[in-house]
Ligand binder design. Structure first.
Ligand SMILES: [Zn+2]
Length: 234
């Protein structure tokens, strides 16, 4: 199933950006990240590439330990109806990956994305997804008080970045990409120069504390009608 960013979810992203709930993503984590993400293969390349770029920029290790399921981190929340019982299994996987006998990774990236087919099939808006992500973060925090939780939201805006299209089609770009790939091949550097994707996509860091503050001050008045029970009281 392919889906596009709905006008409502686009509005939610815009409001949460303005409110400081969605911030620019910067690499975090000392020794890699356990990544709980949606399996969506159309977004995977961008998800990894963005993390890779940010890791290089911040001198961090790029070591994504991937746990992927339809709907991503939402599944950890016991109130998430996608795959009942999966949450406990994911928590077990995280616990194992954090342990010194397996990977010893102390940072957990709880990733959700929009548009997400799993969310849409279950008539969830981005706000529903964020509440599942929030409650997932509380459960992951209980595994180990010292772990770092990195909640992220990946957005596929579903529209071409016209500036990027122009650059990707330009001769200087094609010439330099070919030259760099040739140099890498000749010197044995294992790298594939990325083929530009012109869809505008972004990964944001979600400030969940800010999300809760925002919900109390104005979020509930705006979007509380989407819920039978105020999600803050669940
Ligand atoms: Zn998805």
């Amino acid at each position: 199933m392919s889906c596009t960013l709905s006008p409502f979810n686009r509005e939610v992203v815009a409001v949460l950006r303005e409110q400081g709930v969605l911030c620019d993503y910067q690499a975090r984590g000392r020794n890699g990240q356990i990544v709980v993400a949606c399996s969506d293969g159309d977004q995977m390349k961008d998800l990894l590439l963005h993390k890779w770029e940010q890791a290089i920029r911040r001198g961090k290790k790029f070591r994504p330990h991937m746990l992927c399921f339809h709907g991503g981190a939402m599944n950890i929340d016991v109130h998430c109806k996608l795959y009942p019982g999966l949450g406990q299994i994911v928590l077990d996987h995280i616990r194992q990956a954090e342990g010194p006998n397996l990977k010893g990774i102390t940072s957990v990236n709880l990733s959700i994305h929009t548009p997400c087919g799993a969310a849409e099939l279950n008539e969830m808006t981005l706000i529903h997804q964020m509440w599942h992500q929030y409650r997932a973060s509380l459960l992951v925090a209980q595994i180990d008080l010292t772990n770092t939780i990195i909640p992220t939201l990946h957005v596929d805006y579903g529209e071409d970045d016209t500036e990027l299209v122009l650059r990707a089609n330009s001769l200087p770009y094609k010439d330099s990409a070919t030259a760099i790939q040739r140099l890498a091949d000749e010197t044995g550097v294992k790298v594939l120069i990325p083929i530009p994707e012109t869809h505008r996509r972004r990964t944001y860091l979600v400030n969940l504390n800010r999300f809760i503050e925002f919900w109390k001050t104005s979020g509930n008045a705006l979007w509380g009608h989407l819920f039978e029970i105020d999600p803050l009281t669940l």
